[in-house]
Design a protein around this ligand. Structure first.
Ligand code: HEM
Length: 217
């Protein structure tokens, strides 16, 4: 009981902490789509398909970042299963739009950080597409264990975009931006291209593997 309470509190706290980023992404996305950005920005260009993909990925991403912590709250899932299913469909659709938008943008214009950042973000988008489709596929087939595992992978991937900013914030606070530069080619920047999602996914795989082991007699 205490564990469930802590888990719910933790998820609500994550939701609250991610809220400023959710607003930032939604605001950035809608202003970009309407071509009303307050200042010129390198993400906005004369390439219309690139603009549409990058700015709509921000709006879809904001929505899934907001909703995904709620989806893991067990009490809500048990008391309102229909809500869980509908918000699940919304999250999967939003994750597919966010990932596809990001991937199309990379294909059309590439990222600011060049090859390594392109590779990191392409892997990130590919994994998000995979996790989103597997989560809904297993749910539809009634394979609850696999559904839960993929839903947890999707959870960490969605939070990755927020964690990316959290990593940068903490790093700049403690080191004043050591090994990081505006071109995103410093040592820290290069590691960051993968460090906002891979370590969390590896940690999750270890957790899932341990959970699968039979309990000691
Ligand atoms: C899941 C939630 C996501 C949110 C809320 C989100 C939000 C954002 C925001 C706000 C930016 C603008 C960066 C800034 O200047 O602050 C951005 C940039 C970007 N995002 Fe996402 N994103 C998400 C997922 C993804 C995914 C899955 C991909 C995968 C391909 C992706 C790829 C990109 C790319 C390529 C850029 C431009 C990088 C550059 O500056 O060159 N995003 N995202």
């Amino acid at each position: 009981m205490r564990r469930l309470y802590m888990q719910t509190t933790g998820l609500l706290l994550v939701m609250l902490l991610a809220l400023p980023f959710v607003f930032y992404a939604a605001q950035f996305g809608q202003a970009g789509l309407r071509a009303t950005l307050a200042e010129p920005h390198y993400l906005f260009s004369a390439n219309i398909p690139a603009n549409h993909s990058v700015f709509s990925h921000m709006i879809a991403g904001a929505l899934v970042t907001l909703l995904v912590p709620l989806q893991l709250i067990g009490a809500l899932r048990r008391r309102a299963p229909r809500l869980h299913r509908w918000s699940g469909r919304l999250i999967v659709s939003g994750a597919i739009i966010a990932a596809s938008g990001g991937l199309i943008y990379i294909a059309l214009r590439g990222t600011i950080g060049g090859a390594t950042m392109n590779a990191g973000f392409t892997l990130y988008g590919g994994l998000m597409l995979l996790a989103a489709t597997q989560t809904i596929r297993h749910a539809r087939a009634g394979r609850i264990t696999q559904h839960n595992a993929w839903a947890l992978r999707l959870f960490w991937l969605v939070l990755g975009s927020w964690l990316y900013r959290v990593h940068y914030g903490l790093w700049y606070l403690t080191t004043d931006g050591l090994w990081s530069n505006p071109d995103f080619t410093g040592g820290f920047d290069l590691v960051q291209n993968f460090a906002f999602f891979l370590p969390y996914l590896i940690g999750l795989e270890i957790y899932l593997w341990r959970r699968r082991q039979p309990a000691a007699p």
